[in-house]
Design a protein around this ligand. Structure first.
Ligand code: ZN
Ligand code: ZN
Length: 251
């Protein structure tokens, strides 16, 4: 239940700036055809219906769904050779269409307002929320230069949204820092770059790992998994034993 003042302000701002769908630019309808409140603020009902929620069975490393019958093997072909330093990876939805539009809005257009819709996506993934509840969420850090440039770390904001959606005593702890600036790496060849990125993360000063806790690395999108795996290695080196990965999307 939202406080009445917040509802009133939202109502007024909707009159002045009617919310527009970030994916198709249509106006976002305030209510569903069934008469309930439309759950998304920045996706119209047509685009929201295109979101692909991931269900079991899925790859145990990246979370990509397996379609059809799955026997034995739990890792997808794309993840072979990754040698994950984490136990399991899960993703809420597939990174395409409307979800891609939300992420682009957040990362490149300073669209912090779409976080509420991302939180709603997490809320609609009950299996994922059960796996996250009670964990310590560790956002993938940005290099300080990038963080200054952007003004915020989207993975940190996303971890907060995930923590709110999961509820319970889920908490967010920015335990990692990025020690290698990815953009200054473009001068090196691919092999050198990969070697440098392998140890691109370290614990933040003064941070400590409690081996009894369940840690979950959080990022917006799972692509190759190499960044998340570098983060996982840093947490492992520091003593984390119970370590998983969660992303909003898989792309
Ligand atoms: Zn739309
Ligand atoms: Zn996979």
């Amino acid at each position: 239940m939202k406080p009445p003042l917040q509802e009133l302000i939202r109502g007024l701002s909707d009159v002045v700036f009617p919310p527009v769908c970030v994916h198709c630019r249509a106006l976002v309808e305030p209510a569903t055809p069934e008469g309930g409140a439309h759950p998304f603020r920045h996706l119209c009902s047509r685009c929201a219906a295109q979101i692909d929620y991931v269900c079991s069975p899925h790859c145990s490393t990246c979370g990509h769904p397996f379609y059809g019958v799955v026997e034995g093997e739990r890792m997808c072909v794309k993840c072979e050779g990754l040698e994950p330093a984490f136990r399991e990876g899960r993703t809420a939805v597939l990174f395409k269409g409307p979800v891609r539009a939300l992420v682009i809005e957040l990362k490149y257009h300073r669209g912090l307002h779409v976080l509420a819709d991302m939180e709603e996506i997490f809320r609609r993934s009950p299996e994922l929320m059960a796996a996250v509840r009670g964990a310590t969420l560790v956002p993938v850090p940005l290099h300080p230069r990038k963080a200054r440039e952007r003004g915020y770390n989207q993975a940190m904001l996303l971890a907060n949204a995930l923590g709110r959606a999961a509820g319970g005593d889920t908490r967010v702890a920015p335990l990692l820092r990025r020690t290698v600036d990815t953009q200054t790496q473009t001068a090196f060849d691919r092999r050198t770059r990969m070697a440098n990125l392998k140890n691109a993360f370290a614990l933040t000063r003064g941070a400590a790992i409690n081996p009894a806790l369940h840690y979950i690395l959080v990022d917006d999108v799972f692509t190759t998994g190499s960044t998340l795996n570098s983060c996982a290695r840093a947490l492992r080196r520091a003593g984390a034993l119970n370590l998983d990965v969660v992303t909003l999307g898989h792309g």
